[in-house]
Design a protein around this ligand. Sequence first.
Ligand code: ZN
Length: 153
Amino acid sequence: MSTERAKQLLAQATPNGECLECHMNKGAPYAKISAGSRGTTQLAHRFIYQALKGPIPEGLKILHSCDNSRCINPEHLIIGTQQDNMLDMIAKGRRGKVGGQSPRLLDAKDISKMLELHSANWSQREIAAVMNVSQRTIGKYLKEADHARRSAN
Ligand SMILES: [Zn+2]
């Protein structure tokens, strides 16, 4: 269903160089579309990403590699690994530390987020920075997850 809707949106988009611009919801910085049966609206580029490329890990943004906020070309949509977004998250992690957080273990939710980031080709260092743990911790959990996967097969 959503794949068809995504293709329809791409077919209606206006080409601009390599970009495909969606002009729904004119006047706002981002194109919004109505999605779902309950009349909810969604940012068009997030919708396209989810429909065509897969789920967006919790708390992450979809960024435009082309800097064109109306572009919905799936090739230009990337998960928020860009430096400014990274720095933002790292800054949030640092604020957490100021509050006196001690080193912590990852819970199941953290681990699934870590694995999502890992499969999105984030480095261990980047994952450690956004999750506010040491790179060594991430390395340890990734190794354990890998081991668990292997023995499950
Ligand atoms: Zn573009």
